[in-house]
Design a protein around this ligand. Structure first.
Ligand SMILES: O=C(O)[C@H](CCc1ccccc1)CC1(C(=O)N[C@@H](Cc2c[nH]c3ccccc23)C(=O)O)CCCC1
Ligand SMILES: [Zn+2]
Length: 327
């Protein structure tokens, strides 16, 4: 309850000083439980259990890893501190920007488990909780250190409780893209995904970029596609969900920031209008089997409902999708 809530301290993955809400237990120990947001934000230690096993345990037995406690107000586990702080920040973003109370709009508890696997270079929302790897120190450092990664994962939970876009082919690429878009909206200073935890030895790179997707390459297609005609049509990666997401990512970037792409000029409407359009599209217009063309229509309808049929926002959406070849 409220009286147990105290302020905790610690350093995050990027060695920054952090303060956060936590709980003081009866026995005088402190826990990484924030009872001030929805039904709470709780971070656990996965004890390096293999990701697939951990995933199964989460599904079958609601396993969450071991309680992280400290006998004083300082927590010395950076991955856990970052998971707790970034989850609270993403909770606040959804509440303040869209009035949404946690991912289900019912205040669902946000559970994170850190130290999943051994040097695991990935993270995931497994339908029940967020799982974060520590990375191998070359490709990644602990992934909970990146606010855009937490926002990406939590947006999968928002999508699962709204449009439920099927995680395969075009609907899966939209599911992925909406997570990347919200990730770069929460981590507002750039249009890159994962830059804070990706390749600590290389400056300026990222896992993906929404601004110019084709400037990065991947194993399946070489340059990421920035036009519907360049989409990946193979079987890998659930039909290229982390690849073709770049087509919709580019559209969202153009809608927000403007620009000329393949000869089509878009007048940008800014991040505030763009995040509202995609949130409303995802929660009110998209369905589980929506494809790219239906994404265009949903964004137009969301923009019209929010800003008017003949608004600059509607015009930007039409031009943004024209620019990436989606009608
Ligand atoms: O949420 C997601 O879409 C990704 C979930 C990946 C996953 C799925 C199922 C079981 C385990 C893991 C995780 C992230 C992701 O985009 N992963 C990509 C890219 C990637 C990360 N680490 C990798 C290592 C190897 C290859 C690709 C990757 C992927 O898994 O494809 C999102 C933000 C950062 C990590
Ligand atoms: Zn994802």
């Amino acid at each position: 309850n409220a009286i147990d809530q105290v302020t905790g301290f610690g350093k995050g993955v990027l060695d920054q000083k952090q303060m956060f809400e936590m709980t003081k237990g009866e026995n005088g120990n402190y826990f990484l439980f924030d009872g001030t947001r929805g039904d709470g934000i709780h971070t656990f230690h996965a004890q390096h259990i293999n990701p697939l096993i951990f995933n199964l345990l989460s599904q079958l037995a609601d396993y969450t890893g071991e309680e992280l406690t400290s006998d004083h107000k300082y927590f010395s586990d950076p991955a856990a501190v970052s998971a707790q702080v970034n989850a609270a920040d993403v909770y606040d973003y959804y509440k303040e920007t869209f009035g949404r109370d946690s991912y289900d709009d019912q205040g669902a508890k946000l559970i994170s488990s850190v130290h999943v696997g051994t040097n695991w270079n990935n993270a995931a929302w497994n339908g029940k909780q967020m799982m974060y790897g520590d990375g191998d120190g070359e490709t990644f450092i602990p992934l909970s250190g990146a606010k855009d990664v937490i926002a990406h994962e939590l947006t999968h939970a928002v999508t699962d409780t709204s449009s439920s876009l099927v995680y395969q082919d075009e609907s899966g690429a939209l599911n992925e893209s909406i997570s990347d878009i919200m990730g770069t909206m929460v981590d507002r200073e750039d249009w890159k995904m994962g830059e804070d935890v990706y390749t600590p030895g290389i400056e300026g790179d990222a896992l993906r970029t929404l601004k110019d997707p084709a400037s990065y390459t991947n194993a399946l297609t070489g340059p990421y596609p920035d036009h519907y005609s360049k989409r990946y049509t193979g079987e890998a990666d659930n039909g290229g969900v982390h690849i073709n997401s770049s087509i919709n990512n580019k559209a969202a970037y153009l809608i927000s920031e403007g620009g000329t792409h393949y000869g089509v000029t878009v007048e940008g409407i800014g991040r505030e209008a763009t995040e509202q359009i995609y949130y409303h599209a995802n929660t009110q217009y998209l369905t589980s089997t929506s494809d790219f063309s239906m994404m265009r229509q949903a964004a137009i309808e969301a923009a019209a409902a929010l800003y008017g049929e003949s608004s600059a926002e509607v015009e930007a959406v039409k031009k943004g999708y024209d620019a990436v070849g989606v009608q």
